[in-house]
Design a protein around this ligand. Structure first.
Ligand code: GRF
Length: 202
């Protein structure tokens, strides 16, 4: 199943997805890496790997025009699923509707806890002893779509947000390829894919 990755930065999760896609029997392949930041490090890596890339800065052209251009690139790539991986921009409701149940995201917290930014600092400040990451379907609510998978890590005494982020990131790199593989397998089992969320949840 052709998958496009959207990112804004370093792209370590994208790299984990690409590496997983090269293993035997992996049911997805990364056909496009797209970014709203033309200078994203993830793009440089993807290009060096010979993966098609698309980059466009939304500044000055407006959200609708930006998303229309992105949508064209996604369609041209043949992608059937979009994996957000450190994509720091909210996708519009119209975009969600066009790709309903076909956009997934990785978030560095145990959702529904700590939607949005600064998840690790908030988990530490709350005195939590467990943190983690979640992969979920993207809907209109920020970090609010159906959960597809989670991984946990301990929060240790003395952890800083950076130390915790590193521990969680390691699990992100394991969780995301696993969940994406499972997700696209459901798609091939159910090519009509009308209500994937219901299929995944049942
Ligand atoms: C990850 O922590 C991801 O969960 C969050 O943004 C970060 C992106 O890191 N959404 P990278 O660009 O994949 O290295």
């Amino acid at each position: 199943v052709p998958v496009a990755v959207l990112l804004s930065g370093r792209g370590s999760n994208m790299r984990a997805l690409v590496q997983a896609s090269r293993q035997t029997n992996c049911p997805f392949r990364i056909v496009l890496v797209a970014s709203d930041r033309p200078d994203a490090a993830g793009l440089t890596w993807a290009r060096a790997e010979g993966i098609d890339t698309f980059a466009l800065a939304p500044k000055g052209i407006g959200k609708a025009a930006f998303e229309a251009a992105l949508d064209d690139a996604l369609k041209a790539s043949g992608a059937r699923v979009i994996a957000l991986a450190g994509y720091m921009r909210l996708v519009s409701d119209a975009f969600v509707e066009r790709w309903r149940n076909r956009i997934i995201n990785i978030h560095p917290s145990l959702l529904p806890k700590y939607k949005g930014l600064d998840t690790h600092a908030r988990a530490i400040a709350a005195g939590d002893t467990v943190a983690g990451c979640s992969v979920h379907i993207v809907n209109e609510e920020l970090d609010g779509g159906a959960l597809l998978g989670q991984a946990e890590v301990p929060i240790r005494p003395g952890d800083t947000p950076d130390i915790l982020a590193e521990r969680v990131l390691e699990q992100e790199h394991r969780l995301y390829p696993r969940v994406l593989a499972e997700y696209v397998r459901h798609m091939t089992d159910h090519p009509a894919l009308l209500r994937l969320r219901d299929i995944v949840q049942s």
